[in-house]
Design a protein around this ligand. Structure first.
Ligand code: GLN
Length: 290
């Protein structure tokens, strides 16, 4: 910690005290992220803080909060500072080995739940990372049999810990996309693969700087992983099975073309809450596997 609590102190009634509000305001961290960090530092709920953010803080509590605010100010994402991020109402542990689960990916999960129905479907999640998609599906679709693969052993360990904490069964497989799955076929394949182009400037700003490149970057046009995921799907889907992928804001047309090339008909694009084309899905009706 490079800034002492005293540096953020305010004077009230002649006495110099730090409060949650004064420390957050002085830190330059946004109010809502500051409140999340304060709740964690003090072991309180955000609701409690609303009523107590002007209470004087003891030195230990103040320095604990300042330490977290300093980490955030240095750029580290809140999810990595706390080691946790909520996704679809479930708490996921996230280390720097895995992508931080995004709200827009909840769309993929909602679409997968709708597609799976409530029968005993076999589901495959490709590039599971923290396990957010696979574990949420296993939690919501209690009759489904969920397999999740990742090329990173570190990510798989994190995902397995999350499955255990949340209390669901997922079969985790170390695999570069479909490679270790031999001839297994599934009723539903889902994936939020890396889809950012190597030269995209977003990679050099904000939280993305701290996330694993393996989970973000995919070749010159950002479509390398989507080519593999979509191209390989027919060999791993049951006839009548569905592939559902997340993609970048400007990749809708390219992804529909990849579905068509792989022999899928009627690929359907769904927009996220921001109105951006975000997910694409189609049923595999069988036929020759290229
Ligand atoms: N949606 C993420 C972003 O643009 C990228 C995640 C991914 O590549 N799958 O920040």
């Amino acid at each position: 910690m490079s800034v002492a609590p005293g540096a953020f102190a305010v004077a009230t009634g002649g006495q110099v005290v730090s409060t949650v509000a004064s420390l957050i305001a002085a830190s330059g961290v946004g109010a809502s992220e500051g409140a999340i960090l304060a709740a964690a530092a003090l072991g309180r709920t955000r609701e409690w803080l609303l009523a107590h953010d002007l209470d004087p803080l003891e030195d230990g509590a103040a320095s604990g909060l300042v330490a977290l605010l300093e980490l955030r100010r240095s750029g580290l994402p809140v999810a990595y500072i706390l080691g946790e991020r909520e996704f679809h109402g479930l708490p996921f542990q996230v280390s720097r080995d895995v992508l931080i689960p995004r709200p827009e990916t909840e769309l993929l999960v909602d679409l997968a739940i709708a597609a799976a129905g409530h029968c005993g479907v076999r589901i495959l999640d490709l590039g599971t990372g923290s396990g957010a998609i696979a574990i949420t599906l296993a939690h919501r679709l209690t009759l489904a049999e969920v397999t999740a693969v990742d090329a990173s052993a570190h990510a798989l360990r994190q995902a397995a810990r999350n499955a255990q904490r949340i209390g669901v069964q997922v079969q985790f497989v170390l695999s570069d996309w479909y490679e270790a799955l031999s001839a297994q076929r599934f009723d539903l394949i889902v994936s939020n693969p890396p889809y950012i182009a190597r030269a995209d400037l977003h990679l050099k700003a904000g939280d993305l700087r701290y996330e694993p490149q393996l989970a973000l970057v995919s070749g010159e046009d950002g479509l390398d992983a989507l080519r593999k995921v979509i191209g390989g799907a027919p060999a791993h889907l049951q006839p009548g099975g569905r592939l559902l992928v997340e993609h970048g804001y400007d990749q809708g047309a390219a992804v529909r073309a990849l579905f068509a090339q792989a022999g899928f008909t009627e690929a359907l694009t769904t927009r996220d809450l921001a109105g951006v084309e975000r997910a694409c899905s189609a049923v595999w009706f069988g036929g020759s596997v290229r």
